[in-house]
Every structure is written in structure tokens, then in C-alpha cells.
Design a protein around this ligand. Structure first.
Ligand code: SF4
Length: 345
């Protein structure tokens, strides 16, 4: 069978460009590592140089799809002439078949039917919406400047226009509770995005949250709370068969330098998967009599998430008295993230 390779995504950061204001949690310069002076917006020549550089470094693997991604700002809130300049810079690569598609991120309130038609005409196939929350009170407390109704309308318009739609959700925003986060995930899942990313709200130097944190007006989630909350949200999307393509921000030196507080871990997604795996194993073992011994079958590739970081999950199972009920079996035929107890002991 031919190997299926993930696309090469060439990121082009337009930090904060197009944003009508700063959301309380945001400091794109730290998140993307790009110091974007307002007086030095990204120009077409820089787009071309970035694409050429990535294509040269990636070699000539023609089996790999290539996408150009405009991230880090509100693309469709830019002046249309400027959007056109950036998108037109990619056109020769699209026409030559060297780039298959453009993707971009933007705000839900910066999408209308004319925008969708414009994007399609310029080779955009994927739009990621900064949804962040599906609760108007949380959106208002986070300075987002849009509502849940804007998200609903944007997803409908993009899907009707034949676009793939991604939704970026945050956990731990001001005013959010565990219940409202879960309800928000359900509400987003019902809109049927093609994929989702989940990011924990972090306190980043230079953001509004940093001042609120310093004044004692905002308390971020702990790492444990963030992992547990993200695991509950991922379970919702798993249930609706909506891929969660990323959990946690991409680690970078600039992010780690400017991080003041919050549930950050360079392997946040792994922690969430380990937590979910632990929950499944715990339920399986808790359902059998205390004096039984059964074989727990897992995929060999799941061994590290079964153990958890620094063997934490194994220690928890032992502390709960559950590890004595099982012997571990690594089965290459077992699907990933689907531990099961074998019928015979
Ligand atoms: S979160 Fe998005 S919309 Fe808000 S300031 Fe940052 S880049 Fe702009």
C-alpha cells in the first residue's frame, strides 16, 4: 500500500495583521516568534522567498502535497487589496502544481458570502476559524469582539462554499467553567467542522491576561486541570469523529521566554492522550472483580501513553489497587488508543 504522507505546510505568519483589537490572551509575537512591526507588514516578495526556501529545503518529493498557510492574524479582516497581494503571490506555485492549496486562519466575524467566493477564486481550500469559545459571556470576557452566532454563520457559509473548516478552541479563558467548556465543545461539534485544535489559555508577557494575572484578577488552569479539561473536550470530538489535529501550542523559545503562567507543557497533547488512555484502562479494570486477573491488550505504539509521563499512569493504577488485576500484553494487531481486556485471563 502506498505510504500516505501528511502535507508539507509552509507557514507564513502575519502576526496580528487584520486584528481589530487584541484578544486578552494573545501576543502573537511570542506565540509565533515573529516580531512584526505594524510598519513592516509581510509583502509579496517575502511570501515568495518563504515558499522558495521551504520548497528548496524539502527536496523534490512529488508524492507529498504542499500547502501554504497564512497564520497568526485575521486574514480576511485585512484590506482586500492586501489579501489579494498575498494570495496572488502564491498563484504561480498553484498554477505550476508546486503548491496544492492555500489555508489561512481568521476571525468568525470576518467571513461573509463574498469573502468565501473571493477565497475560493484565489485557491484557498481550508479556513481555520478562531472560535475560542461557544459561550458569549466567555467571548466577551476575552475581548474577542464576536459572538457564537458569528461562529455558526461563518461555519455554514464556509461549508456551503465547499471549504474545509477548522475550529480553534481554547480552554481556561476568563469566565469559563468545566461545564461551559464541555457544552461549547458539543455546540462546536454539532456544527460539523472538519477538524479542531484545542489550546489552553496561557498567561503571556505583554498580553491583557498578564496584567489581570498580576493584579490577581485572572487565575489560569493548572497543568493538571488543563490536561483533564482538554481530555474531556477531545472525547466529545472523538465521539463525533471530528479529528483533533493539535492540543497545546507549538513549543518555541519565544513562547517559553514570555510564558508567565498557565498549563503549558511542550508535550501537552501527549499528556492529554495519556490521561484519556488512563481513564479507559481504569474503567476497564474497575469493572472486574477485585480478585480477578485479566490480560490487558494494547497496541505496542501505545506503551508510552499507557505509562504516562514519568510512569505516572502506572503509579496511579497501582495506587488505586488496579494494576494487580492485569498483566500487560502488547498486540501489534490492536488498534491505537483502544485498550481491551482479553476474555481469557
Ligand atoms: S487571537 Fe487572533 S484575532 Fe485575537 S488578537 Fe490574536 S491573532 Fe488577533
Amino acid at each position: 500500500m502506498a505510504e500516505v504522507r501528511s502535507p508539507l505546510v509552509i507557514p507564513i505568519f502575519i502576526a496580528h495583521q487584520g486584528c481589530p483589537h487584541r484578544c486578552v490572551f494573545c501576543n502573537q509575537e511570542s506565540i509565533t516568534g515573529r516580531r512584526e512591526a505594524a510598519s513592516q507588514p509581510m509583502r509579496a516578495a517575502e511570501v515568495v522567498a518563504t515558499i522558495d526556501g521551504w520548497l528548496a529545503r524539502s527536496g523534490s518529493d512529488s508524492r507529498r502535497a504542499v500547502q501554504v498557510a497564512f497564520y497568526g492574524g485575521s486574514f480576511t479582516a485585512l484590506a482586500q487589496g492586501y489579501q489579494e497581494e498575498l494570495l496572488t503571490a502564491v498563484r504561480p506555485y498553484l498554477e505550476a502544481g508546486r503548491v496544492g492549496m492555500i489555508r489561512l486562519s481568521t476571525r468568525p466575524d470576518a467571513i461573509d458570502a463574498a469573502t468565501v467566493a473571493f477565497l475560493r477564486a484565489h485557491g484557498v481550500g481550508v479556513v481555520e476559524l478562531g472560535v475560542q469559545a461557544m459561550d458569549d459571556r466567555v467571548l466577551a470576557a476575552s475581548g474577542r469582539g464576536h459572538t457564537v452566532a458569528d461562529v455558526e454563520a461563518a461555519v455554514r457559509l464556509l461549508k456551503a462554499g465547499g471549504m474545509r473548516v477548522g475550529g480553534q478552541l481554547m480552554i481556561g479563558l476568563p469566565g469559563e467553567s468545566s461545564g461551559s467548556a464541555l457544552a461549547g465543545a458539543l455546540a462546536l461539534a454539532r456544527l460539523g467542522p472538519d477538524f479542531v485544535r484545542i489550546y489552553p489559555a496561557l498567561v503571556i508577557r505583554g498580553s491583557v491576561l498578564a496584567s489581570r494575572f498580576a493584579a490577581g484578577l485572572y487565575r489560569p488552569l493548572s497543568l493538571l486541570q488543563g490536561v483533564a479539561r482538554c481530555a474531556r473536550l477531545k472525547a466529545v470530538f472523538d465521539h463525533h469523529r471530528i479529528p483533533v489535529v493539535r492540543m497545546g501550542l507549538q513549543p518555541s523559545p519565544s513562547l517559553e521566554r514570555d510564558l508567565l503562567a498557565g498549563p503549558y507543557h511542550p508535550a501537552f497533547g501527549e499528556l492529554v492522550l495519556a490521561r484519556m488512555f488512563f481513564n479507559r484502562v481504569r474503567s476497564l479494570l474497575a469493572a472486574i472483580p477485585a480478585d480477578s486477573h485479566r490480560t490487558l491488550s494494547i497496541a505496542p505504539a501505545d506503551l508510552s501513553i499507557f505509562r504516562g509521563q514519568r510512569n505516572l499512569s502506572v503509579q496511579r493504577l497501582a495506587a488505586l489497587g488496579l494494576s494487580a488485576r492485569m498483566r500487560l500484553h502488547l498486540d501489534p494487531g490492536q488498534p491505537r488508543q483502544a485498550p481491551r481486556l482479553l476474555d481469557s485471563p
